[in-house]
Write a new protein. Structure first.
Length: 94
């Protein structure tokens, strides 16, 4: 996965961090807090290892080097949002 930060926030209340495997526990807490949203979007309950899986999931033909995971953190350092990106997906022109 890439460690590149390509943007900044102008809101001092929040920051963007690169998510790494050591963020799995706080990321799982976010998923658990957003269980209703996950049910609405994915149609399933939050997996107890959802935060582990998000670091490994990728579309066919893409590598983990193409994947970007960022966390939106508040002033307390709590992850309150997730941004997932995939380079050159769904095709090499995007």
């Amino acid at each position: 996965m890439s460690d590149l930060l390509a943007f900044q926030l102008s809101d001092p209340e929040y920051a963007i961090i690169v998510l790494k495997p050591e963020h799995q526990e706080p990321l799982q807490m976010l998923f658990d807090k957003c269980a209703d949203y996950i049910m609405l979007v994915d149609g399933e309950v939050v997996s107890p290892n959802a935060s582990e899986k998000i670091f490994l999931e990728r579309p066919p033909g893409r590598s983990l080097d193409d994947k970007f995971l960022y966390g939106l953190v508040d002033q307390k350092g709590e992850i309150v949002g997730l941004l997932e990106g995939m380079r050159h997906y769904p095709d090499e022109e995007t």
